[in-house]
Design a protein around this ligand. Structure first.
Ligand code: BES
Ligand code: MN
Ligand code: ZN
Length: 513
């Protein structure tokens, strides 16, 4: 999809699909007003008649509106002006994105008047969000079906390929914002596809190949992939304990983006001085539970247990495309969690890379085992901060549902920044406690700690387990078990928390943190 910014009177815009907004009360926004006047009140009459439902995100598609040059007009409801906020704005944008993805029109124009900005939001914010939402709305997983040609032909018929945003007056910040939204959506598409692929395809080495392919595309990216032997040499006993039962061999992916130091070889000091942001993504390509095997209902969804990894790889793709002036390291411990004759048993004690020992009482609590070794590995980068992203606990879904991701942090400023970036990107998080009281639940008679603290407070006991490996830097943990994918009819990966991570990195690179 190709985005541009335009300034023109709405009624005169030549396009296949013109998207115009209407509040549930009060006057029409300026662009809608202009088109309404040109159509001699046709639009306002339809809005008043109730033909356009009052709910934010309700739409009405009109063909051949007299007086308006556009072939089609899509009216989108914004809800009430007095209660207008980010959510109804996003609902409206999502509805517009769906129409743009489904339309037979080849191009679309979306009017983004200042008058329809939510309180305290500016035009660059709106453009970054809108371009991301519209581009992401066009994502389709290429399912391997028998009737390839037919599916492809059908896909080709629908969806506008060119989208312009109509603004009162655009500047460089507006262009930049659109580029950011596009790059984020491209990263999301990669992350979604990695998540949606079955575990027979998306194996640890497939993830490593995806990282290698990215590194080939961008000169500021470099990738290093450790195999089982490398991990043994390092002493990653916790990660290897999870990999034991798997036929697929594990990988530890190190994806470096040197946005600050790349190309500045003259200033050698830059390379040594930078403290990168380190992102760690859980890469369990399939979580059967291991010997503590899961019930079979919905077990297919455990192919999504690498969505943390996918969002880390995807966000690095996005920032590399944007050439953000920032150093970032992505770490992806990747393995299957499978039962087998050589699999780890409940009761086994292993030594992690940090030297701390772990009594594995439940092999289904495997995410923290691979993450803890990655967190220790992260120390070598002298990170400015470390953020791990993991589909870690069912308990987090029970606590928060599928609305926010769970946030844990050993640093209030980092927690606050992530919370704000969540609000700004619409990819929200909610902070949960990381209190020492939870540590008591991990006491073991046979090792430094147990790998689970039981059912109660499961999201927090998992987080305090990780905190033992993240003492030497500022650290945040995002539990995305509830937010990384959608179940049911629209089953699929969401690419969350990629928009949040992108917001965090973009704002950081701009020095706004
Ligand atoms: N990958 C799961 C967590 C999960 C469950 C994500 C459901 C999404 C949906 C994780 O590895 C796991 O199995 N966690 C256990 C921990 C328990 C054994 C302490 C859980 O949450 O049940
Ligand atoms: Mn598990
Ligand atoms: Zn898991």
């Amino acid at each position: 999809m190709e985005f541009t910014i335009k300034t023109a009177p709405a009624e005169k815009v030549r396009t296949g699909l013109l998207v115009l907004a209407a509040f549930a009360d009060g006057a029409l926004p300026p662009s809608t007003q202009l088109a309404d006047e040109a159509s001699q009140g046709k639009l306002s009459a339809l809005v008043a008649s109730g033909e356009l439902a009052a709910k934010p995100g309700a739409t009405l598609l009109l063909h051949g509106v007299a007086g308006v040059v556009a072939e089609r007009v899509l009216l989108v409801r914004l809800g009430k002006r007095e209660t207008f906020a980010d959510k109804p704005w996003r609902d409206a944008l999502a509805a517009a994105a769906k129409a743009i993805a489904d339309t037979l029109a080849k191009d679309a124009v979306v009017a983004l008047d200042e008058a329809i900005l939510p309180p305290d939001r500016d035009l660059p914010w709106a453009l970054r969000q809108a371009s991301r939402i519209v581009a992401d709305g066009a994502y389709r997983f290429k399912a391997p079906r028998a009737d390839k040609k037919e599916a492809r032909a059908e896909r080709k018929k629908h969806g506008a390929h060119k989208v312009a945003f109509l603004v009162a007056d655009g500047d460089a910040a507006c262009d930049e914002a659109v580029r950011q939204g596009e790059a984020i959506a491209a990263g999301m598409a990669l992350a979604k596809t990695l998540g949606n692929l079955g575990a027979n395809v998306c194996t640890p080495s497939y993830l490593a190949d995806a990282a290698r392919a990215l590194a080939k595309e961008h000169p500021a990216l470099a990738v290093d992939v450790l195999d089982r032997g490398d991990m043994e040499k390092l002493g990653m006993g916790a990660l290897l304990a999870v990999a034991r039962g798997a036929r697929q061999s594990p990988r530890f992916i190190v994806l470096r983006y040197d946005g600050l130091s790349h190309g500045k070889t003259k200033d050698k000091s830059a390379k040594t001085k930078t403290h990168p942001v380190v992102l760690v993504g859980k890469g369990i390509t399939f979580d059967s539970g291991g010997i503590s095997i899961k019930p079979s209902a919905d077990m297919d969804e455990m192919k999504y247990d690498m969505c943390g990894a996918a969002s880390v790889i995807g966000v690095i793709a996005a920032i590399a495309q944007l050439r953000l002036p920032l150093d970032v390291v992505g770490l992806v411990p990747a393995t299957e969690n499978m039962p087998g004759g050589d699999a780890t048993r409940p009761g086994d004690v292993v030594r992690s890379l940090s030297g701390q020992t772990i009594e594995i009482v439940n092999t289904d609590a495997e995410g923290r085992l691979i993450l803890c070794d990655a967190l220790t590995y992260a120390e070598r980068f002298k990170p400015a901060c470390v953020i791990d992203v993991a589909t870690l606990t069912g308990a987090c879904i029970v606590a928060l549902g599928k609305i926010p991701s769970g946030l844990f942090a050993n640093d209030d400023e980092l927690a606050d920044t992530l919370t704000r970036c969540g609000e700004d990107s619409g990819d929200r998080v909610w902070r949960l406690p990381l209190w020492d009281e939870y540590q008591d639940l991990l006491k073991s008679n046979f090792a430094d700690m147990l790998n689970t603290g039981g059912r109660n407070g499961g999201a927090s006991t998992a987080a305090v387990f990780l905190s033992r490996f993240a003492k030497s830097y500022k650290w945040a943990h995002l539990d995305i078990a509830g937010t990384a994918w959608i179940s049911g009819e629209n089953k699929g990966s969401t690419a969350r928390p990629l928009p949040l991570l992108a917001e965090f990195l973009i704002e950081r690179a701009a020095g706004r943190q």
